[in-house]
Design a protein around this ligand. Structure first.
Ligand SMILES: NC(=O)c1ccc[n+]([C@@H]2O[C@H](COP(=O)([O-])OP(=O)(O)OC[C@H]3O[C@@H](n4cnc5c(N)ncnc54)[C@H](O)[C@@H]3O)[C@@H](O)[C@H]2O)c1
Ligand SMILES: CC(C)[C@H](C(=O)O)[C@@H](O)C(=O)O
Ligand SMILES: [Mg+2]
Length: 368
């Protein structure tokens, strides 16, 4: 079997620190499981700007387009905050998502039993939680035209972003979410703001049509986004799969992260359309950012990125056994009481990023 092509883009800040821990797992898989990948490492975000003068060089994009999967850390940081808009690290991330056609961003929020106490919510609210947020990733308010800042004739300045979706964009993300719901508990909640925004009136109409024509076995409900944010904190277990607009999904997924204990726990998969062979372009990344406030201290939680790699093994490389091993190793380490600072609790042992990574390898040794 030819080795799968994996492009690794650590990015900036703690993105680089957490990716070191994934590289350890990859090395371990090579030595102990005889599984090797054809790995290219590249730059994205501020670190790409520093070298190439752009947050995503054409060669890096070409590597991403020809890879079987991309694994990304995080981008951004204060060093690059004052750059012109199109040079900012975040533009590199938006560009790679758009160019690769990664319209479906899956953000699972699962509460590990050992971490029930790490959430700021009461244990019975989050225990056993397993929800999937499906965020539309290449349209909506992030990409709609017109956008920008203009100066009006009267000298005032005007900022513009536009929320747009076409029916085909809504249908493809709708199908992705319905398909996932069908494999889970067959409940889909479509989150919109149809009481105010026409674009999401269309969103709701299309979701209803899809349910009636193709997914009658899945229960479809609708919720306004403000209520959904509240319900996620009040009673998150009412949800199975949620599907929503790009920016709504960005916000709701950070909110869902705290149900699991920390933003440092939430992985994600961004997927494109299936080709004739059923293969999809795919990028895996933690939900969190480059966390400049804790950068360089060896205290970041690497588990969201490690779990993103496990999603990569499962969704892109058909390596379910290895994905299970990694997830079981994470559970075992947490059960054993090891915690990075963000999920620390009384009576547990606080460990660094690197010790967390080493501990995962030790557990993998036991499971192999
Ligand atoms: N996907 C991405 O690359 C991505 C996502 C979000 C933010 N960003 C960028 O990151 C920079 C910082 O943004 P922010 O502070 O709003 O969001 P952030 O996600 O970087 O951090 C928010 C808070 O969560 C903490 N945190 C995040 N990840 C953690 C981890 N793995 N372990 C422990 N604690 C963790 C941080 O210390 C911080 O207090 C900005 O430049 C932003 O644009 C990038
Ligand atoms: C950094 C930023 C562009 C990004 C987003 O808004 O999509 C981030 O917040 C995320 O959630 O991946
Ligand atoms: Mg975000």
């Amino acid at each position: 079997m030819t080795a799968k092509k994996l492009l690794i883009l650590p990015g900036d800040g703690i993105g680089q620190e957490v990716m070191v821990q994934v590289r350890r797992i990859i090395d371990w898989m090579g030595k102990k499981r005889n599984i090797s990948f054809d790995i290219t490492e590249g730059l994205i975000g501020g670190s790409a700007y520093d070298v190439h003068g752009t947050p995503l060089a054409d060669e890096t994009l070409a590597d991403a387009m020809s890879a079987d999967a991309v694994l990304l850390g995080a981008v951004g940081g204060p060093k690059w905050d004052d750059l012109p808009f199109d040079k900012k690290p975040e533009r590199g991330l938006l560009k790679i998502r758009k160019e690769m056609g990664l319209f479906a961003n899956l953000r699972p929020a699962t509460v590990f039993d050992a971490l029930v106490d790490a959430s700021t919510l009461k244990a019975d609210v989050v225990q056993g939680l397993d929800i999937m947020i499906v965020r539309e990733l290449t349209g909506g308010l992030y990409f709609g035209q017109p956008r920008g800042i203009e100066t009006l004739p009267n000298g005032e300045r005007k900022g513009v972003n536009t929320l747009t979706y076409t029916t085909s964009e809504i249908q493809r993300i709708g199908r992705a979410a319905f398909d996932l719901a069908r494999k889970r508990n067959k409940k889909l909640c479509s989150v919109d703001k149809a009481n105010v925004l026409e674009c999401t009136v269309l969103w709701r109409e299309e979701m209803i049509k899809l349910q009636q024509t193709e997914y009658q076995d899945v229960e479809l409900t609708h919720m306004y986004v403000d209520n959904a944010a509240m319900q996620l904190v009040r009673n998150p277990k009412q949800f199975d799969v949620m599907v929503t607009e790009n920016m709504f999904g960005d916000i709701l997924s950070d909110c869902a992260a705290m149900l699991t204990g920390s933003l440092g726990m939430l992985p994600s998969a961004s997927l494109g359309a299936a080709d004739a062979n059923g293969n999809r372009k795919a990028l895996y990344e933690p939900v969190h950012g480059s966390a400049p406030d804790i950068q360089g201290k060896d205290i970041a939680n690497p588990l969201a990125t490690i779990l993103s790699f496990s999603m990569c093994l499962r969704y892109s490389f058909n390596m379910d056994a290895e994905a299970d091993m990694i997830e079981n190793a994470v559970k075992a380490v947490l059960k054993g009481g090891l915690r990075t600072a963000d999920i620390m609790a009384p009576g547990k042992a606080k460990v660094s990023t690197s010790v967390m990574g080493e501990s995962i390898i030790r557990e993998l040794e036991k499971l192999a």
